[in-house]
Design a protein around this ligand. Structure first.
Ligand SMILES: C[S@@+](CC[C@H](N)C(=O)[O-])C[C@H]1O[C@@H](n2cnc3c(N)ncnc32)[C@H](O)[C@@H]1O
Length: 422
């Protein structure tokens, strides 16, 4: 795809990637002419239905087409694309599918688990084994279920907190039978489907399905997920002309704060061509690490289903306390993160971020200041759909916290920001 950059000093520059290096010495914000496909991806309101993105609904994930068009427009096959707030792995999945290499950081072990499973191809043998196993699952062995749960929970039952007894029995019954699978890869795939069923049964729900309903859903989803995931990875491998297992070598997922990413391995200095990311939104209440039953009761169960450990309270996952005056910790950590990312970038790298604010009036300038403090300058999109402030905003479809904000303000919207190393 061809993109065009309007050169402030002269005629427009066209190419398959922005030749940013030629503009490096100019201080004025560099306008980026946005390709039409990227523009429609930014404004897309479509639901996420494609495999493997539909395998788990990660909170505040961005639309796959947004990541896809950003990567297609602003990087080349073989390039290294980073997501320093990896979440459910939308960027990593799309990066690999487009023949680039992916590196993702996330402070949440759950986010890393989901991304790893979505980017680990299954063999034909895995497919057969998983399908056979799901059909032979025992209806319920209560004693085995309780032993399994107690063996993996903490002594004070931390991971069971607020979990309804029927869900506890169903999950632990499936987990107890995971030893009927042969490899870690198969077990982790089954755990991801269990997570998805748990989310379907409990998260933001007011009515609980019965154990037989959950079991039927699990079997249905597992069959569908295994089949469509196998098909997906086969197609991707074919389009890249490599064997499916090679896809694994094209991604690195790091369970750590991205504040650590500039310190050498696994990302070499000067190796990243593009960052496509979405940080926790400043001042916005977003539960990445919990399900909520009846709209209120928070459950840490996702971590146990994924066989991961929980980090901390909500502030651990959203760069600090969202009630802190001026969100000083948030913005300082944002600066620290992008300062750490900077040495990993090529001089002509582009950073594309999707962000929302609960009060954009002061938080957007503070966000931009943090990026400047980290050594970046903003590049403004040259597109017909920009708003008065020169940025590309989009309406968030059906986001939970959106309903609580004033719909006329941009507080319920997301903005796409472009930066490059200063
Ligand atoms: C908005 S979500 C990203 C969603 C992602 N774009 C997707 O499509 O799934 C933000 C992520 O940042 C992660 N995060 C928060 N603090 C972090 C830190 N210091 N380092 C790395 N990741 C962090 C959270 O755990 C969360 O998964």
């Amino acid at each position: 795809m061809t993109i065009t950059l309007a050169d402030p000093a002269g005629s427009p520059i066209t190419g398959t990637r922005p030749p940013i290096a030629s503009l490096r010495n100019q201080r004025a914000p560099r306008p980026v002419v946005i390709p039409p496909d990227f523009l429609s991806a930014v404004t897309s309101q479509s639901k996420v239905t494609s495999c493997p993105h539909n395998l788990y609904k990660y909170p505040a994930r961005f639309a796959p087409e947004f990541a896809r068009e950003a990567i297609r427009s602003f990087s080349q096959p073989g390039d290294l694309v980073m997501d320093c707030f990896n979440g459910g792995g939308t960027t990593a999945v799309e990066t690999i599918a487009l023949g680039r290499r992916a590196v993702g950081y996330d402070i949440s072990s759950l986010a890393c688990f989901l991304t790893e499973v979505k980017t680990t191809p299954l063999s034909i043998h895995d497919e057969r084994r998983l399908l056979h196993w799901s059909q032979s699952l025992d209806a319920l062995n209560e004693a085995a279920a309780i032993v399994s749960w107690e063996a993996s929970d903490t002594e004070d039952g931390y991971y069971r907190r607020n979990l309804p007894p029927c869900a506890l029995l169903f999950f632990s019954n499936v987990i107890a039978q995971l030893n009927g699978l042969e490899t870690l890869r198969q077990k982790r795939f089954a755990r991801m489907v269990l997570l998805s069923v748990g989310q379907w049964a409990l998260d933001c729900k007011n009515h609980l399905p019965s154990i037989p309903e959950m079991r039927a859903q699990f079997q249905r989803q597992l069959t569908e997920a295994v089949t469509s995931f196998r098909q997906y990875t086969r197609n991707v491998a074919k389009s890249l002309d490599i064997p499916p297992h090679e896809l694994l070598r094209r991604r690195t997922i790091v369970h750590a704060s991205s504040e650590t990413c500039g310190s050498g391995a696994p990302v070499k200095h000067g190796s990243v061509s593009l960052v496509v990311t979405s940080p926790p939104y400043p001042g916005v209440h977003m539960l990445y690490h919990r399900w909520q039953l009846f709209g209120r009761r928070e459950m840490p169960a996702p971590f146990l289903l994924a066989n991961c450990r929980d980090g901390d309270g909500i502030s651990h996952y959203i760069l600090g306390n969202r009630h802190e005056e001026g969100l000083t910790t948030y913005f300082n950590r944002l600066t620290n993160i992008f300062s750490a990312v900077r040495p990993c970038l090529k001089p002509d790298a582009l950073v594309i971020q999707m962000v929302a604010f609960n009060n954009p009036k002061w938080q957007l300038p503070a966000f931009l200041q943090s990026m400047e403090n980290a050594g970046y300058r903003q590049a403004l999109p040259d597109a017909t759909k920009t708003s008065e402030d020169g940025n590309l905003w989009r309406i968030v479809p059906g986001r939970r916290w959106y309903a609580a904000t004033n719909k006329k303000s941009s507080g319920g919207n997301e903005v796409v920001l472009f930066h490059q190393p200063a």
